[in-house]
Unconditional design. Structure first.
Length: 354
């Protein structure tokens, strides 16, 4: 056995994906993209998404989409393509999200060279201030040009919220996608196939509000933990505990809770603050901030406290635990979305699907 290890409970992940496929379908969102970047597009995990009913696999990195090339399902590049990768984008992605006409021209050329037609979803920025056309006229100019390109298909429009600006996708905001869709119809007599209404932050609206013309969501966090990300609520029929991190104890000692001499900056250049609880029983585990930030660790043993750590170590207060922990014991943590993302990305953490 090697540690640290991330245990992925297959049944829970499958149940979450099925629950979300049902919920989106019931709300006229017929196209569900499962976002695979969180687990670095591990093909075994992607298979669970496909079994659960996703209609496409979406990832922000082309290296990840390459790993998915043998699956006969739409692959979507979530991050705007770099000029330097357009040849790979048309090869490994069926669809990409775009907001720059110079990139769209390069994609068109790359698709011509590859002898294929690549599908583009144009992103509009509805206030979150990350990617997307901000000025309407810029958007319509791009539509006009893309419609004339021989090797691009204008697949649809989309938006992304609650990532940078934390803007909550309220119905009146998403309604603007309706206006854009209608604008394209009125000006160019063209029907957009996909209206992509965002990520896990839009899920709270399902079943409450009729989402305008939205027929697609791109879901990462909600499939992983069953939570919508606007307010952090658990959705019915889902479970957040499908991802359990195991780490091994390498030291147990009683020590004061405040450093014994004058302090300066810690390993990450910050000035640490300590709570004086007196002498406490502390355990060191062999995982650190290079693998996961402390804030993403939720001990399964409710009496355990995560005190802090450095790049290779995490320090736990185990004084109040009922269990008499020994060096060599394995401790377990539930993870938030960032925790799953970080541990899957760390090459020092093994992933095991159970
Ligand atoms: C463009 C885009 N869409 C969708 C997602 C999925 O977001 P979430 O995990 O909130 O569902 C992301 C991020 O992973 C993204 O960058």
């Amino acid at each position: 056995m090697t540690y640290p290890k991330l245990l992925v409970k297959r049944d829970i992940v499958l149940k979450n994906v099925k629950a979300l496929k049902k919920l989106t379908s019931e709300n006229e969102v017929g196209i569900l993209y499962g976002v695979t970047k969180v687990f670095c597009a591990d093909p075994e995990l992607a298979k669970i998404y496909i079994e659960g009913g996703v209609d496409g696999l979406a990832d922000s990195r082309i290296q990840n989409l390459k790993k998915l090339q043998n699956f006969d399902i739409d692959k979507i590049l979530l991050r705007l393509p770099q000029h330097s990768e357009v040849d790979e984008v048309v090869r490994y992605a069926d669809i990409s999200l775009n907001s720059e006409i110079s990139t769209l021209r390069k994609l068109n050329e790359a698709a011509a060279k590859a002898g294929c037609r690549h599908k583009a979803i144009l992103m509009v920025d509805l206030g979150d201030l990350r990617e997307g056309f901000f000025q309407e006229e810029d958007f319509y100019q791009a539509v006009e040009e893309v419609l004339k390109m021989d090797h691009l298909i204008l697949e649809g429009i989309g938006t992304n919220l609650t990532c940078y600006g934390a803007v909550i996708p309220k119905p009146h905001i998403l309604k603007r996608l309706d206006d854009y869709k209608q604008g394209v119809k009125d000006r160019f007599d063209y029907d957009l196939k996909v209206v992509s209404g965002g990520n896990s932050s839009s899920v709270y609206l399902l079943g409450k509000e009729k989402l305008p013309s939205i027929n697609n969501l791109r879901l990462g966090e909600t499939l992983i933990r069953g939570t919508e990300s606007s307010y952090g609520k658990q959705l019915p029929g889902t479970n957040s505990k499908g991802w359990v991190l195991q780490a091994q104890i390498i030291e147990i000692k009683e020590k004061p809770s405040v450093p014994v001499e004058e302090t300066g900056l810690d390993a990450f250049g910050h000035e640490p603050v300590f709570v004086d609880r007196g002498v406490r029983k502390r355990a060191l585990i062999a995982i650190g901030k290079q693998d996961i930030v402390n804030e993403s660790l939720y001990p399964v043993d409710k009496d355990m406290i995560v005190l802090g750590g450095s790049s290779d170590h995490t320090i736990l207060d185990i004084s109040d635990c009922q269990k008499d922990y020994q060096v060599g014991d394995i401790v377990e943590f539930n993870l938030d979305y960032v925790g799953v993302l970080m541990t899957c990305t760390s090459e020092y953490v093994d992933v095991e699907i159970i």
